[in-house]
Design a protein around this ligand. Structure first.
Ligand code: HEC
Length: 149
């Protein structure tokens, strides 16, 4: 008569264990900073992961002098935050690798190629992640703070 009780109880205990595990695991992932599937960056409470921080650093070293502080553009180079609203990651990389020139009678606008510049090529993913976070409006101006240390 009581034959069913054992397995039923066992499955209830099993379900409880699953709930408890989920309860521990999900906040733990949040604390580390899960990357949203379609985003190249992790930003949590205005703080960034190592990749985005490095992207800021490399941007500041190699791109700021033409594209202005924080990617926001200057009188010489375009506002990259605006560019990345519509530009694909592939397109972005293509321009950085090969450069681009726009020469008219009135102006000469030159984006140099970075294919030979190791400090840019090695970290192009990080630079893109930083600029994309800025472009998406989830990261403010200035030197970002890291959450992972
Ligand atoms: C010497 C100045 C200079 C430097 C340094 C520079 N850029 Fe540029 N960049 C430009 C100019 C000027 C343009 C616009 C070219 C044109 O008119 O086609 C441009 C265009 C771009 C574009 C295309 C924007 C669009 O809307 O089509 C991207 C992306 C870009 N730069 C990324 C970078 C990154 C990333 C770095 C640093 C690794 C960098 N640039 C460094 C001058 C510079």
């Amino acid at each position: 008569m009581n034959l069913q009780r054992g397995p039923v109880l066992a499955s209830k205990v099993f379900a409880l264990v699953l709930v408890a595990l989920a309860g521990w695991t999900i906040p733990a992932i949040g604390a580390v900073g899960a990357r949203a599937e379609d985003k190249p960056y992790v930003v949590k409470d205005g703080k960034v992961d190592k990749a985005v921080y490095n992207g800021w650093r490399r941007y500041t070293e190699s791109c700021l002098r033409c594209h202005g502080p924080d990617g926001a553009g200057s009188s010489y180079g375009p506002d990259l935050l605006h560019s990345l609203e519509s530009m694909s990651e592939e397109n972005f990389k293509e321009v950085v690798v090969n450069g681009r020139q726009n020469v008219t009678a009135a102006t000469t606008s030159v984006m140099p190629p970075f294919a030979q510049v190791e400090d840019v090529m090695l970290y192009i993913e990080d630079i893109y992640a930083y600029l994309k976070a800025r472009s998406d409006g989830v990261l403010g101006r200035g030197r970002p703070e890291r959450f992972d240390r």
